[in-house]
Design a protein around this ligand. Structure first.
Ligand code: 13P
Ligand code: SF4
Length: 301
């Protein structure tokens, strides 16, 4: 921790000077999550909290679509992302033209876009969802058939919980698609009694083998509420590091996959972002209103 102290102190001072807040996703490293973040959470909480921020500057310690969502909800504030290359394989898996093609193939069927999408894709959707509210959003539309994009596995996992017919896209999270049902069985053999929690971006056969599936916040809440003596979180590596700090009495088994995009954010580039007001997130004005409507419709639920 000593190696981080100088940057942490500098960031805390810069936040005061600039009247800035740091919103950090649960996959950020512990020195960010516990050291400099004002608000931490899953994508849904970060979007909700972005609507309540009382600051001039928001630094989004997470990936680009999260910063875009914060900017959509705060058009008058400066929103910074410390590394513009912090992308997402799901957001990269689909374009606005793909969504129009899906609509043409399924006339009249509403489109639910995961927040892990570009502003252009959100603008083509009827409503957004996150892993924390996907089923509720799908069912809120009152439709028999819904298009859900771009995560095939999230869509198939939601389909097991609802009567609504779901047509999916073929996008995958490069972190969660690497977990297999075999991994879960091996974990259970090697760590008797382990409680297995999986993110719903994992393949459905992984979720079927798990004890619980939910968003990053839901996984953290599960650990806090149930206090399993031994647990594994099938998700990005920093998640266990951050949650384990809060529960020293719980054994965290830690096979995990790194998200290279989340890991682009560091204390050094958060400090640089605040010192130089970079990189400022901007939204194409031609898309902003329609994309914002999709996010706000989700938040209104
Ligand atoms: P959550 O909304 O569950 O935090 O997930 C975001 C994400 O990028 C998962 O890979
Ligand atoms: Fe995207 Fe997967 Fe990384 Fe989340 S973990 S930001 S879904 S690539």
């Amino acid at each position: 921790w000593a190696v981080f102290e100088e940057d942490i102190a500098a960031i805390l001072a810069l936040k005061r000077q600039r009247h800035a807040v740091v919103l950090a996703h649960n996959y950020q490293t512990p020195e960010i999550f516990h050291g400099v973040a004002d608000i931490v959470g899953d994508s849904l909480l970060l979007a909700r909290e972005a609507t309540k921020v009382d600051a001039d500057v928001i630094v989004l310690a997470g990936v680009h679509f999260m910063a875009e969502t914060a900017k959509l909800l705060n058009p008058g504030k400066t929103v910074l992302i410390p590394d513009l290359q912090a992308g997402c394989s799901l957001a990269d898996s689909i374009t606005a033209a793909d969504v129009r093609l899906m609509r043409a193939r399924h006339p009249g069927v509403p489109v639910v876009a995961y927040v892990n999408t570009s502003v252009a894709v959100k603008a083509e959707a009827d409503v957004c969802c996150t892993s924390g509210n996907a089923r509720a959003v799908v069912e809120s539309l009152g439709a028999e058939h819904v298009i859900m994009l771009p995560d095939e596995y999230l869509a198939r996992n939601v389909a097991t919980q609802t009567k609504v017919r779901i047509t999916a896209w073929k996008g995958h999270c490069e972190v969660h698609e690497r977990f297999s049902a075999d991994d879960v069985r091996t974990l259970r053999d090697n760590h008797p009694g382990v409680t297995v929690l999986a993110h719903p971006e994992c393949p459905p056969e992984v979720v079927a083998e798990a004890d619980f599936a939910g968003s990053t916040a839901a996984m953290s809440d599960y650990v806090g509420a149930k206090r399993p003596s031994r647990v594994v979180l099938l998700t990005e590596c920093s998640m266990s590091d951050n949650v384990a700090v809060m529960y020293p009495d719980i054994e965290f088994v830690r096979p995990c996959n790194l998200c290279p995009h989340m890991k682009r954010i560091t204390l050094k580039n958060i400090r640089h972002a605040l010192e130089t007001t970079t990189h400022e997130v901007t939204i194409d004005p031609a898309l902003a209103d329609r994309a914002r409507r999709s996010v706000e419709r989700m938040l209104a639920l």
